[in-house]
Design a protein around this ligand. Structure first.
Ligand code: FMN
Length: 377
C-alpha cells in the first residue's frame, strides 16, 4: 500500500487529461463513430456504416488517400492560410462539404435541416439527397443564403423525377447532382442480416410513394443514359454534376454531354464491391477532363468523396485535382451525437486540420495546391 487514496471527484468536475470520458482536444472521428453507435438503433447504425458485398471498397477507402505522401515547401513565409474557394462559382469557406446521404431523420429528429444549419455555420457546401426526410423547399428555406446543391436519383416515375429537378432550380439550389451509380441498390449484407426496413413513420418527403425508393422500383433496369445530362440541365436551369464516376472515359463523355462537373465516388463502398477507390480513380478522371469547358465556358470541376477523414486526406485529394471533397458518414456521426453543432464540429474540425497542414506545407491558399505536392508512397 502506498497510502495514496483516490480523491472522489465531483460530478460536473472537468475530467482529468487521461480520463477516457474526456473529449480529446482534437477531432477524433473514430471516437465520434463509437458515440454515434451508442445512440443509434443497431440496424440504423449498420445502415449508415455498412457497405456492399465484402465491404472491400469501404475498408480500403481511408487508406487509399494515404498511399500518397506530401512534399512540403519550406521558407515561403506563410503566416495565414485561406481555405476559401468557389464551387461552380458559389463562394464557400472550405473545400470540405457534406455528401448527400439518405434519411437523416433516423440520426436526428431535425434531419437535413440540422445538417444544413451545421454546414452553413462552417461555410460548407451541402448536397441534399433525394431521399431526404424534408422537402426540397424546406431544406432550402432553413438556410436561404447558404449555397446548396440538390442530388437527384432516378425514381420510378419519370414525371416525379423531372418535377424534383424543376423544384430544385426554383428553390435556389446552385447545382443538380445526378447520382448515376445506383441503377439498382448494391447488396448490403448488414441490412440483409438485420432484415433492415426503414421505420414506417419515416417521412419520405420527396418520393411520390413510400415504396418508390431509388434502386428498388420495378423498372430499375431502365437507367439513365448520357443524354439525360443535358435534359436535366435544361429542366432545372442548373449546372449538372455527375456523381459516381470512376473512369476517365465516362468522365469525358459526361462533359461532352453537358456536365459542368464530375464527382468521383464509390457511393461510400455501398454499390459496386470491390470497386476501384476514389483516390485511385481521381487522377485518371482529372486528366480526362483537363482543358474541357463547362456549358458556361468555365473549367470543368472535379470533386471526390469516400473515406476522407483527415485534413491531409483533403489536401491529398486537392493535390490530385479535386476542387472539393465531401464527407458522408463523419457528418452522420456528427448529426447523431450533436445535431447541427455536431455537423459543424466535424466540418470545422477537418477544415482546421486542412489549414494546419497547408501551413506546414507552406501553402497560403488552396489555389497554390498542385499535383507536385504529392508523390506515391
Ligand atoms: C447512409 C448513407 C446514405 C447515402 N445516401 C446517398 C444518397 O441518398 N444519394 C447519394 O448520391 N449518395 C448517397 N450516399 C453516398 C454519399 O453521398 C457519399 O458518396 C459517401 O458517403 C462518401 O463516403 P464516406 O461516407 O466514406 O465519406 C450515401 C452514403 C451513406 C453512408
Amino acid at each position: 500500500m502506498t497510502g495514496l487514496t483516490q480523491r472522489r471527484r465531483d460530478p460536473g468536475e472537468e475530467p482529468l487529461p487521461d480520463d477516457p470520458d474526456r473529449d480529446p482536444p482534437f477531432l477524433d472521428l473514430d471516437r465520434l463513430e463509437r458515440e454515434a453507435r451508442g445512440v443509434l438503433e443497431p440496424g440504423v447504425y449498420d445502415y449508415y456504416a455498412g457497405g456492399a458485398e465484402t465491404e472491400t471498397t469501404l475498408a480500403e477507402a481511408p487508406g487509399s488517400w494515404r498511399r500518397w505522401r506530401l512534399r512540403p515547401h519550406v521558407l515561403r513565409g506563410v503566416s495565414e492560410v485561406d481555405t476559401a474557394t468557389t464551387l461552380l462559382g458559389s463562394p464557400v469557406d472550405t473545400p470540405v462539404g457534406v455528401a448527400p446521404w439518405a434519411y437523416q431523420a433516423m440520426a436526428h429528429p431535425e434531419g437535413e435541416l440540422a445538417t444544413a444549419r451545421g454546414a452553413a455555420a462552417t461555410g460548407s457546401m451541402m448536397c441534399v439527397s433525394t431521399s431526404a426526410n424534408h422537402t426540397v423547399e424546406e431544406v432550402a428555406r432553413t438556410v436561404p443564403e447558404a449555397p446548396k446543391w440538390y442530388q437527384l436519383y432516378r425514381l420510378h416515375s419519370p414525371e416525379h423525377t423531372a418535377d424534383l429537378a424543376r423544384r430544385a432550380g426554383e428553390a435556389g439550389y446552385r447545382a443538380l447532382v445526378l447520382t448515376v451509380d445506383l441503377p439498382l441498390l448494391g447488396r448490403r449484407k448488414r441490412d440483409l442480416v438485420h432484415d433492415f426496413a426503414l421505420p414506417a413513420d419515416l417521412r419520405m418527403a420527396n418520393h411520390p410513394t413510400a415504396s418508390d425508393r431509388p434502386g428498388l422500383s420495378a423498372n430499375a433496369s431502365a437507367t439513365w443514359t448520357f443524354d439525360d445530362i443535358g435534359r436535366f440541365a435544361e429542366l432545372s436551369g442548373l449546372p449538372v454534376v455527375v456523381k459516381g464516376v470512376l473512369r476517365g472515359d465516362d468522365a469525358a463523355r459526361c462533359v461532352q454531354a453537358g456536365a459542368s462537373a464530375v464527382w468521383v465516388s464509390t457511393h461510400g463502398g455501398r454499390q459496386v464491391d470491390p470497386a476501384v477507390s476514389s483516390a485511385y480513380a481521381l487522377p485518371e478522371v482529372v486528366t480526362a477532363v483537363r482543358g474541357e469547358t463547362a456549358p458556361d465556358g468555365s473549367d470543368v470541376e472535379v470533386y471526390a468523396d469516400g473515406g476522407v477523414r483527415t485534413g491531409s486526406d483533403v489536401l491529398t485529394a486537392l493535390a490530385l485535382g479535386a476542387r472539393a471533397v465531401f464527407l458522408g458518414r463523419p457528418t452522420a456521426w456528427g448529426l447523431a451525437t450533436g445535431g447541427a453543432d455536431g455537423v459543424a464540429r466535424v466540418l470545422g474540425g477537418l477544415t482546421d486540420e486542412l489549414a494546419h497542414t497547408m501551413a506546414l506545407c507552406g501553402l497560403a491558399d488552396v489555389d497554390e495546391i498542385g499535383a507536385d505536392l504529392v508523390v506515391r508512397a
